[in-house]
Write a protein that binds this ligand. Structure first.
Ligand code: MRU
Length: 360
């Protein structure tokens, strides 16, 4: 997608530099900085510090992480240790584990190491391409829902989204945003309400930023505003992404998602979750078994912005001795989800329908 009319992806391998390149998302929306990942430690740092974030992008970065670890270490035990370290970075996004397992499944220690290294690079690139393809298909499937509402309403379609399930959370297109970008390209009049998404503000800093660059009309709201807007008929549908969907249909997504789903159900506003198949957790039945990441106090205690001289500043905003609690995700039980918009079609969030999506 576009930043200042130039096309970008969130991660790519530069053949000339022989480095993996990423957009450093901790610097957005204030500055666009491309940085290199050259070794396992760079990858661990990028995922831990959220220079890359969003379930599909975390998965793709983890895949490149296995390639870089092999290039650096080659040794069987050390690669297995590297895989464990990558899996240990962030616990909730299931794409991370999916991608590491997929890459590790390719490793054969008895073949030529240069050939193996090349195979791993190709596999990581394949994971990126298949994510782009999945997001495009999510876009095509979700577009029909937006179009239907537009055909009935014959006026602007107002969509609520939470956090950033945009192209910055994937490789390109995004999950929740892919139908929105397609609607825009098809001249459907749309407007997006963007939840700010405290504490890290991925909605305000990333979703609004990317929608602006694609010229999609959007308005940032506080995380507490959606109820009022729904009550006033200012939201036609909600589309969010997910970090993990159990094979029984429960959705783990950025903290605050559940509240939006509950209020949407109260007002009979359809609440959709857009995901590629790689976000389905085929091993977990009950949502209480999903690990919910708890992040640092500082994400709540501090806020980063620009001062009057356009310098990036971080400030303390809480009383120093107050306690804080910072769970990063919540669970939306399947009863609150209208449908899942997947790359293989729009389906109900239940075990039977999800089972049909499983790759052979
Ligand atoms: O903590 P993050 O930024 O990695 O969280 C990911 C998200 O932005 C969301 O929860 C998103 O809606 C799902 S990822 C497409």
């Amino acid at each position: 997608m576009l930043i200042d009319r130039k096309s970008y992806r969130t991660i790519w391998h530069d053949k000339v530099l022989e480095k993996v390149q990423i957009i450093d998302q901790t610097k957005l929306p204030f500055s666009l900085e491309i940085i290199s990942l050259e070794c396992l430690d760079d990858v661990l740092e990028a995922i831990n510090s959220m220079q890359v974030r969003g379930a599909p992008l975390i998965g793709a970065t983890a895949a490149f992480g296995i390639y870089l670890a092999y290039r650096e270490l080659k040794d069987k035990t050390k690669i297995a240790e590297a895989a464990a370290k990558i899996k240990n970075t962030r616990p909730t996004a299931v794409n991370l584990f999916w991608a590491v397992d997929k890459m590790m499944g390719k490793i054969n220690h008895s073949i030529d190491k240069n050939i193996m290294q090349k195979t791993l690079l190709e596999e990581a690139e394949k994971i990126c391409e298949s994510d782009v393809d999945a997001c495009k298909k999510i876009g095509i499937n979700g577009f029909e829902l937006i179009k239907k509402i537009h055909d009935n309403k014959k006026n602007t379609v107002n969509i609520l989204t939470h956090c950033n399930a945009g192209w910055l959370a994937t490789i390109d297109w995004g999950t929740a945003t892919a139908p929105i970008y397609l609607a825009k390209k098809n001249n459907i009049d749309i407007h997006v309400w963007v939840d700010e998404t405290r504490p890290r503000n991925q909605g305000a800093s990333l979703t609004s930023y990317e929608l602006n660059h694609e010229q999609v009309d959007n308005t940032i709201i506080t995380d507490n505003s959606a109820g009022l807007l729904m009550q006033r008929n200012q939201i036609d549908l909600c589309i969010v992404g997910a970090d993990r969907v159990t094979y029984t249909g429960h959705v783990a997504n950025k903290i605050g998602t559940f509240l939006k789903a509950v209020i949407a159900k109260e007002f009979r506003i359809p609440f959709y979750v857009a995901i590629p198949i790689s976000t389905i957790d085929w091993n977990t039945r009950n949502y209480n078994d999903i690990a919910i990441e708890e992040r640092s106090d500082n994400e709540l205690r501090k806020i980063t912005g620009l001062d009057n001289e356009n310098r990036i500043k971080t400030l303390d905003i809480y009383p120093k001795n107050s306690k804080v609690y910072n769970p990063a995700f919540d669970i939306t039980p399947k009863e609150f989800v209208q449908s899942l918009i997947t790359n293989k079609g729009i389906i109900k969030p239940n075990e039977d329908d999800i089972a049909k999506l499983k790759d052979d």
